[in-house]
Design a protein around this ligand. Structure first.
Ligand SMILES: Nc1nc2c(ncn2[C@@H]2O[C@H](COP(=O)(O)OP(=O)(O)OP(=O)(O)O)[C@@H](O)[C@H]2O)c(=O)[nH]1
Ligand SMILES: [Mg+2]
Length: 366
């Protein structure tokens, strides 16, 4: 990864320099205004993977003989990840077309059939429906929820449930990362008034999010730090042991940038005590989820926080993402106000939301 700092009189001029030198694949790591000999200049730190997009040279391509081993074959296939995924998607499509007629709903108990039909209307994907169908058919006498527990589970955010001290909020632009972070921090403060909580803004590109975070930190007596470079990150991490909880507001990833690369560049990937929570809304189209899950995939990913539930009319995406990632749901947000609009997720609230459209603790229906 090649990293470089660019300075110019304005942000567009600095971005133009980045593009001219590092090309379109450059990832913007920070963007701020600095003082240079009395003048205000824009400073942009950008990085690019020099190997990105380069095809291996002919001499480096595996020979037919070498490709004969299983590992080399797999490596070669995975290097062509786009083609491989496309093919796998097609194979899955064919499999589903073959399996769907086997999914005979009349072989289920009536209430099981109703539950499955309901989930289908909620936008639960075919692959997930088939799994639910098989599980239900295996247990015709069983109530629905114990079977559904195999599809999705919760791990409530806060209140000492999580062993990790540092929690980073990642996700697409505007998904509700900063709001969720602030509201969960305030909840934690209320539940544990003695807890030492630090809010960290790593989203320097978006002045508003940073200001809002600082504002609430000042207002509520929480510590506030900024993290715009690898050095800042190292400093913030060195302070982590002084806090009980550290909540980091990560930036949305632009263009081809991935969270995993960003974490590597910032030095966060090697931090043991970090859990990343993916903040998503339940009303994206399925291909969009697939894209986000790739973009935000990283070894530290530990849960999904669902926000803007109040703006959604179906909740099937929650099960689809749980199935695709195997991650628990840690919080549910259902309003843009500060009060009574977010709740740590628990089993009861998850299934009430999905099957009854009730928001946590309110009994309110969508
Ligand atoms: N209706 C509704 N609005 C929400 C919810 N959570 C957040 N919002 C609103 O969504 C908008 C974006 O929220 P942010 O917290 O700024 O989102 P973000 O992911 O930090 O956005 P960026 O930093 O710009 O990427 C704000 O207007 C929030 O008030 C929710 O659960 N319901
Ligand atoms: Mg934000």
């Amino acid at each position: 990864m090649k990293m470089k700092t660019f300075r110019a009189a304005s942000t567009p001029a600095a971005f133009a320099k980045v593009k001219a030198e590092l090309g379109d694949d450059a990832v913007i790591l920070s963007n701020r205004t600095v003082d240079e000999e009395g003048a205000r200049v824009c400073e942009v730190v950008a990085a690019v993977d020099p190997d990105h997009g380069q095809k291996p040279k002919a001499a480096e391509q595996p020979t037919q003989q070498a490709a004969a081993t299983r590992d080399t074959f797999l490596d070669t296939a995975m290097n062509d990840a786009v083609g491989w995924q496309k093919e796998w998607g097609q194979i899955k499509g064919h499999l589903m077309a073959l399996l769907k007629p086997q999914m005979r709903l009349d072989s289920l108990a009536p209430r099981q059939r109703l539950a499955l039909e309901y989930l289908e209307r909620e936008g639960v994907g075919e692959e997930v429906l088939l799994k639910v169908f098989c599980d239900l058919r295996e247990s015709p006498e069983s109530p629905i929820l114990p079977v559904m527990d195999r599809m999705a589970y919760t791990k409530a955010f806060g209140n000492g449930t999580w062993r990790r001290r540092i929690h980073a909020f990642a996700g697409p632009h505007g998904s509700g990362k900063t709001s969720a972070l602030i509201r969960l921090a305030l909840k934690e403060k209320k539940n544990r008034p003695d807890a030492r909580i630090c809010l960290v803004s790593a989203d320097s590109g978006r002045g508003k999010g940073r200001m809002v975070l600082k504002h609430y930190a000042d207002l509520s007596g929480l510590a506030f730090r900024e993290m715009n470079s690898r050095e800042d990150c190292r400093d913030v991490m060195s302070e982590a042991s002084q806090f009980d909880v550290m909540l980091i507001d990560l930036p949305g990833m632009n263009g081809k940038a991935t969270l995993s690369d960003w974490m590597d560049i910032m030095g966060l990937s090697s931090e043991e005590d970090v859990a990343v929570h993916l903040v998503l809304n339940p009303y994206y189209a399925q291909p969009q989820y697939e894209m986000f899950l790739k973009k935000y995939e990283c070894p530290k990913l530990a849960s999904v926080i669902w926000t803007k539930l109040d703006e959604a009319c179906t909740f099937g995406a929650i099960l689809n993402v749980a199935h695709a990632t195997g991650l628990p749901v840690s919080a549910l947000s259902f309003g843009n106000g500060l009060k009574n609009s977010i709740a740590p997720a628990d089993r009861d609230s998850l299934w009430r939301l999905i099957f009854k459209r009730q928001f946590p603790g309110t009994g309110n229906k969508q």
